[in-house]
Design a protein around this ligand. Structure first.
Ligand code: AGP
Length: 615
């Protein structure tokens, strides 16, 4: 979603702002802009579309780019108003002395706008951000002090924001504020940085201060002062940023998505490291803070997540219910928040999120936290807002995921859920699954090699992708623990290729969706040796009888059944229980190669954002 960068120091601000924004591009955006300050004046440059358009504009403004050593920048993902140059940030007040960039949504922008119009403000854009710009400038008119103007303005604003503001009368500073939207201050020597996410500044500094909600910061080139909502000067700890600049390079792959798919063997090794020592050892999950006594008292589990993370949670339900013998409900966070939910001290709530910044999930977690449930968070960003809400933080350490389409983070979430299910079972001393758990541990240890074997033999998947890339619709079917794989495979395909793809439980096909089947509807079926194998095979027969083109993804198929399928993708032999971790690699690759063959913008698909910070 939107991204913020700010710089104050002695270097060329334009270079740092553009480079910072380029490292936020992965979040998804539709326009960009920067404001450059020099000699008490501010120059704003904006462009619709990709950052390259803004860079073209800046090529004609070299005289300012060469001298400006302070500036703020933004990439916008439209919420209020079309993705036009006028609506792009930064926004200014009418006299152009005050300039602002903003992430989030101002919920009461209409009533604030009415008041400001009555005070004589003239609006140029349809954005809620311009309302905030006029409001802060209006407050500045009263106090002639940017810090107090920001402090009084934020008290009038309802909603979520990360602000980065400058005023021509106070050329030595940038003022920042936040509520329910991330903002970090990168600490340099004789220079400081502001960003909405680490990749924007990691090549310049590894030290940062995380601004908390309701705090306001005054950033100068050689000082950082943070004030709480009572205007008391406070000291936030300087933290070490967890990434290396190299982690945000494509490392020779054509797209980040392909690189991230190929990292999944190592991702599994990372998640298992220190937790799964051998099939004979119990799972070590020191991050899980409930005692075994309290684990025995857990009466239900609620998993809350969105999108791909939701699909990981759905697979988690199968595994946890199987081994831990605790009922599990899985729900989209966006649905969870607008009804009366039932949770208590014996409910374990698991929030799953790659980014840890998804607004729907954060709201749901805050809501349920008030009901005294234990909150476990599974996230790839141990530095995120959600991580900070956790009673038990289970970081998956998949490394930064740049491609908007989640791949390796899904794998890491899935593996974490296998570990958690086994851990809960062992802490509850459930002995009847000992052998199954031992076998699962062995399979998890072997999984990285199987993933890598699969990834070295992708020619067949590429061929199939090419063959089916012209279809407009796709159906994915599976049953049991692979039903979420079907949903996730369909999501991947539609996200990056814009082909209309839907996942169904294979048994549900005959209850409606079968009406859509004909020779123009490819059906991809996931069938692994196990309890539902024959059932899925029958569902495939039903599809074939309606002339659907059938693609099978399987670790085994009897010769007699092979003719049923138009195309087959064979994966290494694996048990049904852990097969989602291999099947998903196939489906990710299929989606990737179809999108790549169609020439789509794989890493930054249209309309999507990496972390969805609005409800
Ligand atoms: C996955 O490819 C998507 N980018 C999207 O569905 C994503 O999983 C969803 O927005 C949830 O994000 P989170 O995991 O960061 O909370």
């Amino acid at each position: 979603m939107c991204g913020i960068i700010g710089y104050i120091g002695d270097k060329k601000a334009s270079d740092i702002l553009i480079s910072g924004l380029s490292h936020l591009e992965y979040r998804g955006y539709d326009s960009a802009g920067i404001a450059l300050c020099y000699n008490g004046t501010t120059n704003v440059y904006k462009a619709q579309g990709k950052l390259i358009n803004l860079s073209e504009v800046l090529k004609t403004k070299q005289e300012i780019c060469d001298v400006a050593t302070k500036g703020i920048g933004h990439i916008r993902w439209a919420t209020h108003g079309l993705p036009t140059t006028t609506n792009a940030h930064p926004h200014t007040c009418n006299c152009k002395n005050f300039t602002l960039v903003h992430n989030g949504i101002i919920e009461n922008y209409q009533e604030l706008k009415e008041e400001l119009v009555n005070c004589g403000c003239i609006f140029q854009s349809q954005t809620d951000t311009e309302v905030a710009a006029h409001l802060i400038a209006h407050e500045y008119g009263k106090t002639k002090d940017l810090l107090s103007a920001m402090q009084s303005a934020v008290k009038k604003i309802k909603g979520a924001f990360a602000f980065c503001a400058i005023h021509n009368n106070e050329p030595d500073k940038i003022v920042v504020a936040k509520r329910n939207a991330p903002l970090i201050i990168g600490v340099g020597e004789g220079e400081n940085f502001i960003a909405s996410d680490i990749p924007a500044i990691i090549e310049y500094t590894k030290k940062a201060i995380y601004l908390s909600d309701y705090q306001v910061g005054v950033i100068k080139k050689d000082s950082i002062k943070i004030y709480d909502e009572n205007n008391t000067l406070i000291t936030n700890k300087i933290e070490h940023l967890p990434f290396e600049a190299m982690a945000i390079s494509k490392m020779g792959y054509k797209h980040f998505m392909l690189k991230e798919i190929h990292e999944q063997g190592d991702v599994v090794r990372n998640v298992l490291s220190g937790k799964l020592i051998s099939p004979e050892h119990q799972i070590q999950l020191n991050e899980f803070k409930l005692t075994s006594e309290k684990i025995k008292n857990i009466s239900r589990i609620q998993i809350i997540a969105c999108g791909t993370s939701l699909h990981a949670g759905m697979a988690g339900k199968y595994i946890i219910e199987k081994f831990a013998n605790i009922p599990v409900d899985v729900e989209a966070s966006s649905e969870y928040i607008y009804r009366d939910t039932i949770a208590d001290k014996n409910t374990l709530v698991i929030g799953i999120s790659q980014s840890g910044e998804t607004a729907d999930t954060i709201t749901a977690i805050k809501q349920v936290k008030a009901q005294n449930s234990h909150i476990a968070i599974i996230t790839n960003r141990a530095d995120s807002t959600m991580a900070r809400l956790a009673d038990s933080l289970l970081p998956v350490n998949a490394g930064i995921e740049v491609s908007v389409a989640a791949t390796k983070s899904y794998m890491a979430q899935l593996i974490s859920l296998y570990l958690l299910a086994m851990y809960l079972s062992e802490q509850k001393n459930i002995t009847k699954y000992e052998t199954d758990i031992k076998n699962l541990k062995q399979e998890l240890i072997e999984l990285p090699n199987k993933i890598e074997t699969l990834l070295t033999n992708t020619a067949n998947i590429r061929e199939i992708a090419k063959k089916y890339s012209s279809y407009k619709d796709f159906i994915f079917i599976a049953r049991g623990i692979n039903f979420p794989s079907a949903l996730e495979g369909a999501l991947k395909l539609k996200e990056i290729s814009y082909i209309n793809a839907t996942g169904y439980g294979a048994g549900e096909l005959k209850h409606g969706p079968i009406a859509m089947l004909d020779e123009n509807m490819p059906v991809l079926a996931i069938l692994n040796t196990g309890i539902v194998y024959d059932k899925v095979l029958s569902n495939c027969e039903e599809a074939k009888a309606r002339q659907a083109k059938l693609i099978g993804v399987t670790d085994y198929l009897a010769d007699k059944d092979k003719d049923l399928f138009n195309d087959l993708i064979l994966i290494p032999s694996i048990s049904d229980l852990i097969s989602p971790a291999l099947n998903i690699v196939v489906l990710q690759l299929l989606a990737y190669y179809i999108a790549e063959y169609l020439g789509k913008d794989v890493d930054q698909p249209r309309n999507l954002a990496k972390s969805v910070t609005v409800e």
